[in-house]
Each structure stands twice: as structure tokens, then as C-alpha cells.
Design a protein around this ligand. Structure first.
Ligand code: SF4
Length: 410
């Protein structure tokens, strides 16, 4: 075992999951208690890392690795903290962020090194006999690691095409192997294998860890960070779906158009389908309800649609934002829907926000007002229509004023 001064810390900061890193931890007795006592900057670094992962995975992935030893030791502390918090959603996010960051580090590595790292994670890639610059992977491993591959691209069409390329049916298969994987594909494989490996590792730590194994300070930090995660999730409405009535009258123009197009039997493009699917799932549509809706499409295939919906549910995809919808040309502001000019005045950042606001208006203001008008109409002899009853437009103006003052805190 190398002396502390001989350890290549920057290597282990990049790849803290390799077997020799675990040996260093054991041989040099780097327990959680020792790390927190002797290297206090580790906890500071862990907090920064977890904050970045929560707020913005890309910033974490592109963050320069700090001092080698601090970053390396942070890994064990982070894993313990994430396991203690035990939030399924955050564990996925953590694994994804970590895999993404490590993928940046392997950019400069040779293919043979990447193969070695993949092997450290328990997956095996072998060189092709005829073309040593290409690689093969056993079908069984390929399915285990790459059947649900997700390419992090903002361009939905490109993303879809690339994800399609990874489907087993679109690969060359022979002798029980997926053949001719090229060097660039190794990077993607590495990211997927590492993501799964970290998720599994955290689950294992959760299963083995007792609260008494953790220093008090770490428990305190864990509880603090758990509260942060909950606030973040609340803000983004993650895991908390709208449970009231789903009023399609509350859809913004962009969604309303797609919704009516489906009902009218128009064959939506793949991008359009994703837009409406992610939106409807975000407001609480269930799988069966979505299937019923998509059944209106002329090329509807239940198993295919079910697969996409389950995938989106599993990955907790949230509705596309207005900016991205505008770029794709899907923003459709309709005056008959945009009653408060929220869209036309650029006050909405995501169709889900429009929906939530509009549901509130419908439930609290618009529907009660119509009901009161109807009641007064039918029971006129008993409840004569009050001259002062304000028309709907006036209601809308009144509540608009209220919302403005709420926003400005007046
Ligand atoms: S502004 Fe946004 S919410 Fe409104 S219609 Fe356009 S994309 Fe939809």
C-alpha cells in the first residue's frame, strides 16, 4: 500500500469508485469520524457538491475538481450522507450527476483505460477480433445497462433518434454479443454503467448502515439537506401531482391545441407527443388516462405508448418550459384561452404554471360565478338578480389586481 504522500490523489478524486481507492480508505483508516475530525474542509466540499447537484447537475459536472485528497475523501462522506437522507428522487439525481462528471474526466483517457474502468464497475467489454478499434459487449450485459439509455440532449428529435440507435433491435448482434461498438460509444456506456453502479451502491449502504455508524455532525447536516431537498421538490412540484379535477379548460394555448388535435385524430409528431405527454403527467394524468387519450391517434400502439409513458414516469420528466416550446415553434397563444394575458405578456415560464393558476381561477372565481348566475336565473322569483352582480370580465380584472398585489407583497 502506498504511503499517503505517494498517493496520486487527483486520479482518485476522478475515479474514487475503483477497487484500489477502497483499499486506501481501509488501509489508512479513513473512517467517517476520522475524516470529519482531521479534514474539516471535506464536509464543506460535500455540502457544496450536494447543493450543486440539487440546483443544477450540469454545474456540478463541469465544476473543477478541488484539491485531490479533499475531493476523494468527500466521496465516502457524500455517499454516507445521501444514503442517510434516503430520498429516492435525489439518489437518482446524485448518481446521474456523478456519472456525468466522471464522463468528463474520461474524455482524455484512452479506450483501453475506459474499458478498464468499466470492468472495475462489473461490466465487461471486449475488443472485436477482426477490428481491434471496435468493441463488443455480451447481449445480456447490454440489456442490463443500456436498455433504458437516456441521452441528455435538449433537442428532443435528436435525443429520440440517438436513443433509438441504442435499442437492441437497431444494433448488430452476433454470437451472443452486441458488435462493433466504437470509441465514442464507450463513453456513453461508461456513464450508464457508472450511474447504475452508484445507485446500487447507495442502496447497499442504506441496507447496511445504522444511524449509530454516523457522526452526529453528519446526521445534523443530513437532516438540514433533507429539508432543502423537500423545499426544492415542493417548489418544483416534484412527486406531488395535482389531484383535483383536470380541467382541459385550464390548458394554455399550446397544450390546448395539441390536446384537441389528438382528439380530432391528428397524427402528432414525436416531439408534439412528448410535449403533451410530459405536461399531462406533470399535472397528474395517470397512465391509463394518457393511453385513452393517445388511443385517438391513427397509429396508436398500446405497448409502445405504454413503454414511453412508463419510461417518462420512471424518469420523472417534467413538462417542457415555454422557452423550449417557443424554440420548437409550439407556443400557440390563443386569446380565447389566454384570458389574463399571462402568456402574451410573458408571465408564464412553463405551461404547468399556467394550468395551476387557471385551475385556481376556475375553482375559486369563474365556476362559482356562473353557478350563482344560473341559480339566480332559475330561482329568479325567490332570488332576484342583484343589479350589482359584477360581470365575469370585472371578476377577471379584480383577481388580476389581487394577483399583482400578492406578487409585489402589497
Ligand atoms: S407562452 Fe408558454 S404556456 Fe403560454 S401558450 Fe406559449 S408555450 Fe404555452
Amino acid at each position: 500500500m502506498p504511503l499517503l504522500s505517494e498517493i496520486n490523489w487527483s486520479y482518485y478524486a476522478k475515479y474514487p469508485f475503483v477497487a484500489s481507492a477502497r483499499e486506501i480508505i481501509v488501509e489508512h483508516n479513513f473512517t467517517l469520524f476520522n475524516i470529519l475530525n482531521d479534514v474539516p474542509e471535506v464536509l464543506e466540499n460535500v455540502e457544496k457538491n450536494l447543493d450543486l447537484i440539487l440546483e443544477d447537475i450540469d454545474s456540478f459536472a463541469s465544476k473543477e475538481l478541488g484539491k485531490g485528497a479533499t475531493e476523494f475523501l468527500s466521496y465516502s462522506v457524500q455517499n454516507a450522507l445521501v444514503s442517510f437522507i434516503n430520498d429516492k428522487w435525489f439518489i437518482q439525481r446524485y448518481a446521474e450527476a456523478f456519472a456525468k462528471r466522471t464522463r468528463m474526466s474520461i474524455k482524455k483517457e484512452k479506450d483501453s483505460k475506459i474499458i478498464e474502468l468499466i470492468a472495475e464497475l462489473g461490466a465487461k467489454i471486449e475488443p472485436e477480433d477482426t477490428e481491434p478499434t471496435t468493441w463488443k459487449m455480451k447481449v445480456i450485459d447490454y440489456l442490463k445497462y443500456l436498455s433504458e439509455i437516456r441521452i441528455p440532449l435538449k433537442d428532443v428529435k435528436l435525443k429520440h433518434n440517438m436513443e433509438k440507435k441504442w435499442k437492441l433491435v437497431n444494433r448488430r448482434v452476433g454470437d451472443g454479443y452486441v458488435r462493433n461498438l466504437d470509441g465514442r460509444e464507450l463513453h456513453q456506456i461508461f456513464e450508464e454503467v457508472l450511474r447504475k453502479w452508484i445507485t446500487k451502491r447507495i442502496s447497499r449502504i442504506i441496507g447496511e448502515m445504522e444511524e449509530t455508524d454516523l457522526p452526529k455532525l453528519l446526521i445534523e447536516k443530513g437532516l438540514e439537506f433533507k429539508a432543502k431537498i423537500n423545499d426544492f421538490k415542493k417548489e418544483r412540484k416534484i412527486g406531488e401531482y395535482y389531484t383535483g379535477n383536470v380541467y382541459n379548460e385550464a390548458f394554455p394555448g399550446c397544450i390546448n391545441k395539441l390536446y384537441n388535435d389528438i382528439l380530432a385524430g391528428r397524427n402528432l409528431s414525436n416531439d408534439e407527443r412528448l410535449v403533451i405527454e410530459f405536461f399531462l403527467l406533470s399535472i397528474g394524468f395517470k397512465k391509463d388516462e394518457l393511453l385513452k387519450l393517445f388511443a385517438h391517434s391513427p397509429d396508436f400502439k398500446a405497448d409502445k405508448s405504454e413503454y414511453f409513458i412508463e419510461h417518462a414516469l420512471k424518469k420523472e420528466y417534467y413538462s417542457f418550459g415555454c422557452k423550449s416550446l417557443r424554440t420548437k415553434g409550439f407556443c400557440y397563444i390563443s386569446p380565447s384561452v389566454d384570458l389574463y394575458n399571462w402568456c402574451s405578456e410573458g408571465k408564464i415560464k412553463n405551461p404547468v404554471n399556467f394550468f395551476r393558476r387557471m385551475v385556481w381561477m376556475l375553482e375559486k372565481i369563474i365556476f362559482p360565478h356562473f353557478i350563482s348566475i344560473l341559480l339566480q336565473f332559475f330561482f329568479y322569483p325567490f332570488f332576484p338578480i342583484r343589479k350589482a352582480a359584477p360581470p365575469l370580465v370585472k371578476y377577471l380584472k379584480m383577481t388580476r389586481g389581487k394577483q399583482k398585489s400578492k406578487k409585489t407583497g402589497k
